[in-house]
Design a protein. Structure first.
Length: 503
């Protein structure tokens, strides 16, 4: 991967050029953080939005779903467009769309205005985030630098959910829900201006013999329909005609897309990228792990609110150890472990820690206290995710070339979003069914809710155990070169600040 990607990197190797690369990385990560925060910060403000704009309980879900459907559906296409046209250009267009839509969300005074703006915001978020990881591996072709850069990206992508819960609580309680969108405006504008200055122009591979418009329509339609089907299972159920019908439509479009790409001379998304065991395996593992973790974040927040009586700010603070530990590990330590032992060897202990955390969460009582009952789980999640996410990103990008790193980046984000949406739908449905059954039997509300959440956490643990099985059987070890091992050993013995190269 190093040689092919390095060919497109225009950055200089001088001290000034090296410094500008690291600053450009920070700019990209700020853009990613804005997108990640928006996915969770809205959840905290939903009760205030419902009260202010008069949403019903069922229609309120579309404040989230209207964002998720275009976001999950466009990631793969957006990543490939970056390869073919310009990753920098796609990133900047996405920032502009996302920021403008955030302004409309912030001033929305009706349900339709907010939901429409959220749909556009999701499209902008997909364009922005899909190409970032591809730009990072292009900017940092040298393995040690690339490991550090991916570590920072992984911290932002994985810890942003915890930070979003805290930020959402602070803004909603201190001001009002409109400010969860207003804060995107200065961040988006500043990020775009810095990106224009610091990120070099790039030219994509072009469309060759033409654009595969049919392939673009098929993959986008399939993914959007899939995400829509998943998020609507909460209302319709898994065995309903609605779910089965739309699910079958998504599968049919997906099959048609694969057939199209395998036969056309100029495919939009070359299927060769899936031949790598590490790339395909890493994305499958990420889907399984994120399915369990997203359920934990969402249902864990509901447990803290509905059973233990936490307010929005307290929920954010409860999850803060997760973000802190992910940051400590992702910003340097995980990168050194990946260099020393390989990404697969670093990933497996991380997955085990996440699984243990979920299993431990299945024991939370109705009258839990934070330190003895909840904090140990948060610590395990933080440690496990801090080890796992950088390793998964490294493995998922391991076969990327100069011409398809944007596609690989979009695939990473797609597996993240689809896994999260699928896991949340499955776990939330099963949890609700279990709680309703216990309530019908005469159990107290707190007891029934807790039992339902415990079931969801147990299923989430099962998904992560399945991820461990895939990691152990599908992934292949790629030992680092001897000189890289020696350098990593020195860093492990004598740690240094993760990004000292940036000055």
């Amino acid at each position: 991967m190093t040689d092919t990607v390095a060919a497109t990197s225009p950055q200089t190797t001088s001290a000034g050029g090296d410094r500008s690369r690291w600053i450009a990385l920070y700019v990209l990560c700020v853009g990613m953080l804005m997108i990640v925060l928006d996915a969770t910060i809205v959840n905290v403000a939903l009760p205030s939005i419902q009260e202010d704009l008069g949403f019903s309980q069922s229609s309120l879900a579309w404040v989230v779903n209207a964002y998720l459907i275009p976001f999950g559906g466009l990631l793969l296409l957006a990543g490939r467009l970056g390869d073919l046209i310009s990753r920098r250009g796609v990133f900047l267009v996405g920032l502009g769309v996302f920021t403008a839509a955030s302004l409309v969300c912030a001033i929305a005074q009706s349900q339709g205005m907010l939901i429409g703006a959220r749909f556009v915001q999701g499209a902008g978020g997909a364009l922005t985030s899909a190409v970032i990881l591809g730009m990072i591996v292009t900017m940092f072709p040298e393995p040690r630098e690339q490991a550090k850069a991916i570590g920072l990206y992984s911290f932002v992508a994985s810890a942003g959910a915890s930070i979003g819960l805290l930020a959402g609580g602070v803004l909603t309680e201190a001001i009002n829900w409109h400010w969860i969108f207003f804060v995107n405006l200065p961040i988006g504008v500043a990020t775009a201006l810095l990106a224009l200055r610091l990120i070099d122009r790039d030219r994509g591979a072009g469309f060759g013999h033409g654009a595969d418009i049919l392939g673009a329509l098929l993959v986008t339609g399939s993914l959007m329909l899939l995400v829509y089907t998943i998020v609507e299972t909460v209302d319709y159920g898994w065995g309903s005609a609605h779910t089965l019908g739309f699910g079958a439509g998504a599968v049919a479009l997906g099959i048609a897309f694969v057939v199209r790409e395998s036969r056309t001379a100029n495919p939009l998304i070359p299927l060769r990228i899936f031949r790598s065991r590490n790339v395909s395996g890493a994305n499958l593992i990420q889907m399984l792990m994120v399915a369990g973790l997203f359920g934990m974040f969402f249902l864990g927040s509901l447990y803290l609110e509905r059973v233990l009586g936490y307010d929005a700010l307290e929920i954010g603070l409860a999850f803060l150890p997760v973000a802190l530990l992910i940051g400590i590990l992702s910003l340097g330590f995980s990168a050194r472990l990946n260099m020393r032992y390989g990404a697969r060897a670093t990933l497996l202990p991380g997955l085990v820690l996440v699984a243990i955390g979920l299993l431990l969460f299945t024991r939370v009582p109705v009258d839990a206290e934070y330190v003895p009952d909840i904090l140990p789980t948060m610590v395990l999640f933080g440690l496990g995710a801090g080890l796992a996410f950088p390793s998964l990103a490294t493995l998922a990008m391991s076969a990327a070339t100069a011409n398809d790193s944007g596609l690989a980046s979009g695939l990473v984000n797609t597996s993240l979003q689809v896994g999260g949406a699928l896991g949340l739908a499955v776990l939330a449905t099963l949890s609700t069914t279990r709680s309703d059954t216990l309530l019908a039997r005469g159990e107290s509300t707190a007891s029934a809710l807790t039992d339902g959440y415990q079931l969801a956490f147990a299923i989430g643990a099962g998904l992560v155990l399945a991820a461990i099985a895939v990691a152990a059987t599908v992934l292949r070890s790629e030992p680092p070169a001897p000189d890289e091992v020696e350098a990593a050993e020195v860093e492990l013995v004598r740690p240094k600040p993760a990004y000292s190269e940036a000055g």
